[in-house]
Design a protein around this ligand. Sequence first.
Ligand code: NI
Length: 135
Amino acid sequence: MKVKVSRRAHFNAAHRLYRQDWDDKTNQDVFGKCNNPRYHGHNYELIVSVTGPIDPETGFVMDMKVLKDLIREEIEDAFDHKNLNEEVAEFKKLNPTAENIAVVIWNKLRPHLNESLELEVQLFETPRNFVTYTG
Ligand code: NI
């Protein structure tokens, strides 16, 4: 028997989507408003879910306090109120699309979780656009 537990978190961040090896027109055609050279921001909503067996001693899949602190230290402290392109090492050479941000978040959290637990990351870039990565 497995149960999925989830924690919701939030961060604000700026980004720009573009490729240096493309000309301005191609970047504009592909990335549109997200190619603004002066950057723009999103209110990112993050849902981190952990699936695993219930520990018979505690009744928990995972201590949510531990998950909360992990998300704050690894994700919120690193991304909140940052310019993702300029200030977050992972995006120096990686376009900070919602897809790539979700994968980066997953990769940052995974090493801190017990191997018996499955990890899912859902990232909302807008209330209507969201991506899911499960590894
Ligand atoms: Ni954008």
